[in-house]
Design a protein around this ligand. Structure first.
Ligand SMILES: Cc1ncc(COP(=O)(O)O)c(C=O)c1O
Length: 389
């Protein structure tokens, strides 16, 4: 889940949200990840059963895929400068950022809608595409915010098994398209597995099926992938395909608290999503100006990407040395099977001040750990050794 301490998490932790959703959920039985346990989301705090203020101090917060390095100095400077204009509505400044993004994505500014984080775009898509029921096609073991919202609106969630290497099975998704499917939801790179779909395969799927059903690609973690190797799906949008890309500044730019994201799609599709979100006008001028500064600051992004890769490799190697096999990750988190029940593992780690998340797939428990600083990852490994004995 995106944030450790949101109201949703607390509702979920207390069982209220789950109860509310399951009442309204219509999940195809054979494919339902949430009802038949193919992939069970395990709440990060439910097991702890304690409000945040009574939790032990978290020495390493490795549960929300945040940027442990903070935000760029250039972004901080931009915030201070933009405060002077806090009395004015942002106007042409949106154009500045959209033009920057559009040039890189090979689209035009009319293909872009800003939002306070990409969650708003996910929620708007869920509200729009699930409003008449139907089916949302996706994979097990993926990010479930859009899916839960769509299920709450009455849509069926058809979550297909992954490939053996924990990737979305694109041929299976293609084969599962029926007239009832309203949206395909793909997270790439995927959360929580950290895996990425080869660019050419994803592009081919988008070009082939999006005339029948819109394809929503959640690219929250795309910035951790080396720029030259990324899928260039903006071009697919520019060519007129009904593909929606969701992007966020929460990850490599470190804006999880500042809140900035955007959608890239056909202008007509953005119009359909608009009634469910305040779009551009929900973004403050301070965040917007910080976003422009951070986006231009390639040195900062390269630094964050490199530090993340170093700490990720250290952790994967240390775990491999203890006999734990980490799924190769292209992101700022990693997933690996553990040999302990999720709740007791998470509780013990938290009791030692290390916040992580857990998942289950087909009865197998997994640890999902976000990549922190090198010091934090050393603390994680020390703690892990103690907890698993
Ligand atoms: C796959 C994925 N999509 C979207 C989001 C939402 O991020 P935000 O609303 O901060 O942009 C997250 C957050 O962790 C995520 O993991």
């Amino acid at each position: 889940m995106s944030s450790s301490l949101t109201r949703r998490d607390w509702l979920r932790a207390s069982g209220l949200l789950t109860a509310g959703l399951s009442a309204g959920m219509r999940i195809a039985k054979a494919d339902a990840p949430m009802s038949v346990g193919q992939s069970v989301f395990v709440d990060e705090f439910a097991a702890l059963g304690t409000p945040p203020e009574t939790m032990p101090a978290m020495r390493a917060r490795l549960l929300a895929n945040e940027n442990p390095l903070g935000i760029a100095q250039s972004a901080k400077d931009a915030i201070v400068k933009a405060m002077e204009r806090g009395n004015r509505y942002a106007w042409s400044e949106f154009g500045q950022l959209k033009d920057l993004l559009a040039a890189d994505e090979l689209v035009t500014a009319s293909n872009i809608m800003m939002s306070p984080g990409s969650s708003d775009i996910l929620m708007a898509a869920a509200d729009h595409y699930a409003k008449e029921g139907g089916t949302i096609l996706t994979s097990v073991l993926t990010y479930d915010d859009l899916l839960r919202r769509a299920a709450g609106q009455g849509a069926k969630i058809k979550a297909l098994p992954m490939t053996k290497d924990y990737k979305y099975d694109l041929p299976a998704i293609k084969a599962a398209i029926t007239p009832d499917v309203k949206l395909i939801y793909i997270v790439n790179p995927n959360n929580p597995t950290g895996t990425i779909i080869p660019a050419a395969e994803l592009e081919a799927l988008c070009r082939e099926v999006s005339s029948k059903v819109p394809v929503f690609i959640d690219e929250a973690y795309i910035d951790f992938y080396e720029p030259a190797d990324r899928p260039k799906l903006g071009k697919v949008v520019a060519d007129g395909n009904n593909v929606i890309l969701a992007r966020t500044f929460s990850k490599i730019h470190g804006f999880a608290g500042l809140r900035l994201g955007y959608a890239i799609a056909q202008p007509d599709t953005l119009k359909l999503l608009k009634p469910y979100t305040n779009g551009d006008s929900a973004v403050s001028i301070t965040t917007l100006m910080a976003g422009i500064a951070s986006y231009k600051d390639k040195e900062w992004q390269n630094h964050c990407r490199a530090e993340n890769a170093k700490a990720r490799e250290y952790t994967a190697k240390a775990l491999a040395g203890m006999g734990y096999e980490v799924i190769p990750s292209s992101t700022n988190f990693m997933l690996f099977p553990i040999r302990m029940k999720t709740a007791s593992f998470q509780q013990k780690m938290m009791a030692d001040g290390i916040g992580i998340q857990t998942r289950e797939l087909d009865g197998q428990p997994y640890c999902r750990v976000s990549v922190g600083t090198m010091d934090e990852m050393k603390m994680f490994i020390d703690s892990f050794k103690k907890v698993v004995g």
